[in-house]
Design a protein around this ligand. Structure first.
Ligand SMILES: [Zn+2]
Length: 353
């Protein structure tokens, strides 16, 4: 039995689901039936011998890794395996990786580490070299569309549209299929390239994108934030007694800090999705310019893409795609989103006429 596995695959390919299913199969007396108590609790995180680490933070620090390592070293309660699933192993810091390395090099006899990351390159090399790699591929549009029809009861037309627009990202396809607002947000983003005529258009577009991303992030986290704070205050006895227990302020500050980091991550994810949409759009423009007959990612927008492709040149399209990549890299280096998006949109503006 290999004690350390690395599940890699592009976002939405289901790497963490695959890792959790594997963890369930390790616990299940029938090798992963999907229905028994072991299977269900392993996948939900409630199984005593399965630990799921899912972070909302931008990085997984050394303390968290040490915590995991000590849990991983406990003998399994049911005698099978102690499985530890780390959903975002690419977020483990260097010091965290050092702590993990020892655990992977000298694993407890019944411990299995299941790490997930977008690609093997995203994981620190010392860790990666000690893991057995399992590579997931992007599912084809047809498979995603069928899943939406069969599992979520989505109408066939919308299922195909969503599957194609999501480019193999199952969760994204589901959100597009089930949520009108997600669909209209996508249309607003994809309408941008044709509207970037003056510098002011580019700057306004950047401001709008940032604003929409924050609104989306806040909408996703506001309720959760409030609930967490109420729970914490109740636990600290503030809600009922108004007493300021020693350390209470510190605990509240910590939570606020975590919540700020989470909303920032959600905002970054939303911007990232917009960049992915735009990249797909310019990819289609380039296809129209250089490879007629290739199927568009955004085939629903062919009537906008084709005229755009006709009035611009392939060199400009390549420059636009480069600008999108540069923007993504700038965001990874923690450049302020407004600045990174302004620089990108000004380039897109130049590439559009
Ligand atoms: Zn089972």
């Amino acid at each position: 039995m290999t004690h350390a596995w690395l599940f890699v695959g592009p976002p939405g390919s289901g790497r963490s689901n695959a890792a959790k299913a594997f963890a369930a199969a390790l616990q299940c007396p029938r090798g992963g039936c999907g229905t028994c108590n072991d299977c269900r609790t392993a996948r939900s995180g409630a199984h005593p011998d399965v630990t799921l680490l899912r972070t909302e933070k931008l990085s997984i620090g050394v303390d968290e890794v040490r915590d995991l390592v000590s849990r991983a070293n406990v003998a399994p309660m049911n005698g099978r395996w102690q499985a530890v699933v780390v959903e975002d192993a690419d977020r483990i810091t260097e010091r965290g990786a050092d702590a993990l390395l020892k655990a992977i090099e000298e694993p407890a006899p019944k411990t299995v580490w299941l790490l997930c990351a977008p690609s093997a390159d995203d994981v620190i090399v010392t860790i990666r070299s000690r893991c057995r790699e399992l590579r997931l591929v992007t599912p084809p549009v047809e498979a995603v569309a069928n899943l939406l029809v069969e599992r979520d009861g989505v109408h066939e037309g919308i299922a195909w549209y969503s599957a194609q627009a999501a480019q193999g990202h199952v969760g994204r396809a589901r959100a597009l299929a089930l949520n009108d607002e997600v669909r209209s947000r996508r249309m607003r983003v994809l309408a941008l390239p044709a509207k970037l005529n003056a510098l002011s258009d580019c700057l306004n577009a950047a401001a709008n994108l940032v604003e929409e991303a924050s609104a989306e992030a806040t909408a996703l986290t506001a309720d959760l934030d409030a609930r967490e704070m109420a729970d914490l205050q109740a636990a600290l006895g503030m809600a009922t007694r108004g007493a300021k227990a020693r350390g209470a302020q510190g605990a509240i500050k910590d939570l606020e800090e975590q919540q700020k980091i989470r909303v920032k991550r959600y905002q970054r994810d939303a911007i990232d999705r917009a960049l992915t949409e735009l990249t797909g759009w310019y990819r289609d423009v380039l296809a129209a310019q250089t490879a007629p007959g290739v199927r568009f990612v955004n085939s629903d927008l062919a009537d906008q893409i084709i005229p755009f492709a006709q009035r611009t040149r392939p060199e400009q399209t390549v420059r636009a795609i480069d600008a999108l990549l540069a923007c993504r890299q700038a965001l990874e280096r923690n450049v302020a989103p407004t600045l990174a998006l302004e620089a990108m949109l000004v380039e897109l503006g130049r590439a559009s006429h």
